[in-house]
Design a protein around this ligand. Structure first.
Ligand code: ZN
Length: 242
């Protein structure tokens, strides 16, 4: 995506790897059965999963937790996320659409094949992680790639994006995506409403993104897009109104 910034793909979901010398930072971890794909991506970069120094979670939805939970359990790799999201990750509560939420949509084109695909990827697994940590500082973190958390609460109550000021990349998670199997449009957009828990907060989170100095958008779902983030936010707002 940019020097030392890489995107790996799981099942319709992105994982971001930051490299600094021998060490890596992992942002999100795909579905439970995407762990092998994340490990392959790390090996392609000439590194091992044990070389991940820290992991950042945008939000505690199952499609972003796979390698985060697996690596934490296997290697004790520390996980950092927003304080609110720590409880969500522990599954003190769940802010995620479940099977019954999709029943009214089953007649729509593509919904059933997508549900089958994500079930195979482990979407119905019960994952939780105890022991995630709060960000140790404000601003860029002392981790490979120096990612800076950006509170973008809305999609979930503690959703966080990660800004890479050195390379002008913004990792938006699910606060702003560029495609989704259940969306008919391509380009910067909010996720279909069924996935949202924040109501108006989801739109307010876009304000936080728009003020950043970034022109490469790497979303949780869909391809990366090169355009000023403020422009991407405008497009997403327009599409949300439509
Ligand atoms: Zn997602």
């Amino acid at each position: 995506m940019a020097p030392e910034v890489f995107r790996a793909t799981g099942t319709d979901v992105n994982v971001v790897i930051l490299r600094d010398g021998d060490a890596l930072t992992l942002i999100d971890g795909g579905y439970p059965r995407d762990v092998g794909a994340v490990e392959d991506a790390i090996r392609l970069l000439g590194r091992r999963p044990e070389d991940v120094e820290g992991m950042l979670l945008t939000h505690a939805h199952i499609d972003h937790m796979g390698a985060i939970v697996a690596f934490h359990e296997r290697y004790g790799t520390p996980v950092f996320t927003d304080p609110t999201e720590i409880a969500h990750l522990r599954r003190d509560h769940l802010e995620q659409a479940t099977g019954k939420d999709f029943i009214p949509m089953l007649h729509k084109h593509g919904v059933l094949p997508w549900l089958v695909r994500i079930a195979r990827a482990g979407a119905t697994k019960k994952l939780a992680l105890d022991g995630a940590l709060v960000f140790p500082s404000d601003g860029p973190l002392d981790l490979p790639g120096a990612p800076a958390p950006v509170a973008t609460h809305g999609h979930t109550s503690g959703h966080t994006a990660y800004h890479l000021p050195r390379s002008g990349v913004i990792v938006t998670g699910d606060a702003l995506v560029t495609a989704h199997p259940l969306s008919k449009i391509a380009g910067p957009q909010l996720l279909p409403a069924v996935f949202d828990h924040g109501g108006p907060d989801t739109l307010a989170a876009l304000d936080r993104l728009a003020e950043l100095d970034a022109d490469i958008l790497v979303p949780g779902h869909g391809p990366a897009v090169s355009m000023p983030i403020a422009e991407a936010v405008e497009l997403a707002r327009g599409r949300a109104r439509a």
